[in-house]
Design a protein around this ligand. Structure first.
Ligand SMILES: [Cu+2]
Length: 301
């Protein structure tokens, strides 16, 4: 039997090798190949580290279970293989109580554990800022097949400013014309709440590198509270099949410094984009039974 000291000595090269291997990993590899992790090490939001560790942790546990299970299967196949001269069925075994209890209890514990970690993470993500904590409140309003963004309390009088977007079009070279996409501008390191609304059908608000998406309904306003923590450009899109041009329902997100953000709002105000997003592109206003004012009452703005 190896002494404790020998085990300790053996552990040193193992730990050193693991450290060297991990040190050589890029942030993308360390976060389980999820998008949005850069060399700078600065996460995109205050939530992405937690989401990534839930993802990586789940994979580690699942792979461990997989390796043990595959190993046992291989072992059984080799050790209990049919040998020369054997005929008929092998001895049939059944009702091994300890093994059956083991096979029931272990997956149950694993599933409950994963559920608990998921609930913990989700509760953290879903927790809205308290009313007096919110520093930036933006409404993202989805419509077939683009986005409007309304920045509350932006002018000196407390009026909102807004942009109303159109769906993606092809540029001259055939790619998506990035400059023409609707753009959501957010200040870095501020407590942001995005109110998620829809004008028509169910859409889903997804900023890829922020590792979270959330549906937008009529008659039920969702919101999402977080802190963008890294300046930069991010791709956003609708993540719910919402009609013919769903694939064109793209948007850009620019996370900028506070002064750039203020300047952006001032520019929108100067362009006259002041007030609430209007119903100009509201498809539902034409439906029977909606009285032409459906969006007013249903969207609540
Ligand atoms: Cu959509």
């Amino acid at each position: 039997m190896p002494s404790k000291r020998r085990i300790r000595w053996a552990a040193i090269p193992v730990i050193a090798a693991a450290a060297v291997a991990l040190a050589g990993c890029t942030p993308t590899e360390l976060h389980g190949y999820l998008p949005g992790f850069e060399e700078s090490g600065q996460p995109a939001t205050d939530q992405t580290e937690g989401i990534a560790s839930l993802w990586v942790g789940s994979w580690v546990v699942l792979l461990l279970v997989g390796v043990i299970t595959w190993g046992l299967m291989l072992w059984a196949m080799v050790v209990y293989r049919r040998r020369k001269g054997q005929t008929g069925l092998p001895v049939q075994m059944r009702y091994n109580m300890p093994i059956e209890i083991f096979f029931t209890a272990v997956p149950l514990i694993l599933v409950m554990g994963m559920f608990a970690f998921t609930v913990r993470e989700q509760t953290e993500i879903e927790r809205p800022w308290a009313d007096d904590e919110v520093e930036v409140e933006v409404s993202a309003i989805a419509k077939q097949w683009a986005w409007d963004f309304q920045y509350d309390g932006a002018t000196a009088d407390g009026e909102p400013v807004y942009t109303m977007g159109t769906q993606a079009e092809a540029a001259a070279n055939g790619d998506v014309d990035q400059d023409a996409l609707p753009t959501l501008v957010l200040p870095v390191d501020k407590k942001v709440t995005i109110d998620l609304q829809s004008r028509d059908v169910v859409h889903s608000f997804w900023i890829i590198d922020f590792l979270y998406k959330k549906d937008m309904y009529i008659g039920h306003d969702n919101s999402w509270s977080f802190i963008p923590t890294r300046e930069g450009h991010y791709d956003g899109r609708c993540a719910e099949l919402c009609g013919e041009y769903h694939s064109r329902m793209l948007f850009n997100v620019e996370v900028v410094s506070e002064s750039e953000y203020e300047q952006y709002l001032a520019d929108l105000e100067a362009q006259g984009n002041v007030g609430d997003v209007n119903d100009a592109y509201d498809r539902l206003q034409n439906l029977t039974g909606t009285d032409g004012v459906a969006s007013e009452t249903e969207e609540g703005h």
